[in-house]
Design a protein around this ligand. Structure first.
Ligand code: PLP
Length: 422
């Protein structure tokens, strides 16, 4: 009898979903874990490699979400694992707040070379996206002596009190937590004229605004690409008014959009850049980069015990090397491939109302959130992991390593799932 040929790059389901071990863990999770998490379907992960995640019952899934746009080099890339292991054997923690270690300036120097403007930049290291934004907000206030911020509808910048005050993606994220920090005004994403002609003429005195905080391509809001002149117009307003520009590249950065930073798709030159998610392939690291003349706060002004931990920095150094070597280019190439395939699917599927994105950051808009949620579940049952964003968007944010066979599988599965809903 011929033995079954297993394709290591594609899913393989061996139990009903969730399987027996997954069900036990989910029960325990329900009892002990904060119910604030949102789990759209019952995946209980055990191990992962590349773009494949295996659950506790031995089912293998194709991951088109990458731990929410984090595992840029794929799961457990052997070079990243080696870098982590080597660093863990030498030095796990020292606290860069009070001591020096080489990896801090090493990564900062590397990141400066990635900035397209050729200027001098400095880095502050935290552990997450929200911390990168908190540091950006504090630095903007400190550097300008101003206290207000402009942020955008549908934006997501994190969930700690400062970043939450900027976040405007879903009411549930803010409900019950007010009052948030004062001085944040939200304006429509993609409409710079509204800021200049309405907000600055009626509500906010621009001379009190420290920074405009913007995702160059919105993430949680539904993978929304702004019109090409939006960011350049914001920059013009900011320069006229002495306002700093903060680019939140937490989700759209580190190659996800097909360029190292999403702002590079536009004629846009931020003063501060917040990075996290994809920078360290899953190790917790947040970076607030600022032009050197802005990041001049005094010792003691800001710090973090764990931020920029040597193991996370080692993972980031290796991740950046791999991104530069091949995966940013693969993100651009496979992004185009995937986009074109979904565009063809859209022509056949009236339930898809919009398609947008750059690189491997693709949003597929459906007619309703209810249909979107059913499709996420149906794809899970067929071995494909995807998540939603915005109101009724399917977000595709696979590891930047995927190939055509995996893209074909994902599009075929989404198409079949949509057809199964009819
Ligand atoms: N900024 C953006 C654009 C994000 O997408 C996120 C998280 O999704 C954050 C900030 C917050 O990052 P973290 O969850 O690591 O705090």
């Amino acid at each position: 009898m011929a033995s079954e040929v297993i394709n290591e790059k594609l899913p393989r389901l061996v139990t009903e979903l969730p399987g027996p071990k997954a069900r036990r863990i989910i029960e325990s999770d329900r009892r002990y874990i904060s119910p604030s998490y949102t789990r759209p379907y019952p995946l209980v992960a055990k191990s992962a490699s590349g773009a494949i995640v295996e659950d506790v019952d031995g089912n293998r899934f194709l991951d088109f979400n990458a731990g929410i746009a984090v595992c840029s080099t794929g799961h457990c890339h052997p070079d990243v694992v080696r870098a982590i292991q080597k660093q863990a054997e030498q030095l796990i923690h020292m606290s860069g707040t009070d001591f020096y270690y080489e990896q801090m300036p090493q990564l900062a120097r590397k990141l400066e070379t990635l900035m397209p403007d050729g200027k001098s930049w400095r880095c502050f290291f935290g552990n997450s996206g929200t911390e990168a934004i908190e540091a950006a907000m504090k630095l903007a206030r400190y550097a300008t002596g101003r206290w207000q911020f402009i942020a955008f509808h549908s934006s997501f910048h994190g969930r700690t009190m400062g970043s939450l005050s900027l976040t405007s993606s879903k009411p549930v994220q803010r409900k019950g937590f007010g009052p948030l920090i004062p001085g944040v005004t939200h304006v429509p994403f993609g409409n710079a004229a509204y800021l200049e002609d309405v907000v600055f003429k009626t509500t906010v005195n621009p001379s009190e605004v420290a920074a405009i905080v913007v995702e160059p391509i919105q993430g949680e809001g539904g993978y929304i690409v702004p019109p090409p002149n939006f960011l350049p117009q914001l920059e013009k307003i900011a320069r006229t008014q002495g306002i700093l520009l903060v680019a939140d590249e937490v989700q759209c950065g580190m190659g996800r959009s097909g360029k190292m930073f999403a702002f590079e798709h536009f004629d846009f030159h931020p003063d501060i850049v917040a990075i996290a998610k994809g920078i360290a392939s899953g190790m917790p690291l947040g970076v607030t980069m600022a032009r050197a003349e802005i990041m001049t706060w005094e010792p003691g002004a800001h710090a973090s015990t764990f931020g920029g931990n040597p193991v996370c920095l080692a993972a980031a150094l290796e991740t950046v090397r791999l991104l530069e070597e091949k995966y940013v280019a693969n993100s651009a190439k496979m992004g185009e491939y995937l986009f074109a395939k979904i565009e063809r699917m859209k022509d056949q599927q009236p339930t898809i109302t919009d398609l947008r994105g750059r690189g491997l950051m693709i949003g597929v808009e459906l007619v309703s959130s209810e249909l979107r949620d059913r499709i996420l579940n149906e794809c899970f049952r067929r071995g494909l992991l995807i998540l939603g964003a915005g109101r009724s968007t399917i977000r595709l944010s696979p590891p930047l390593i995927i190939d055509e066979e995996q893209a074909d599988f994902a599009v075929g599965t989404i198409s079949d799932a949509i057809a199964a809903m009819a």
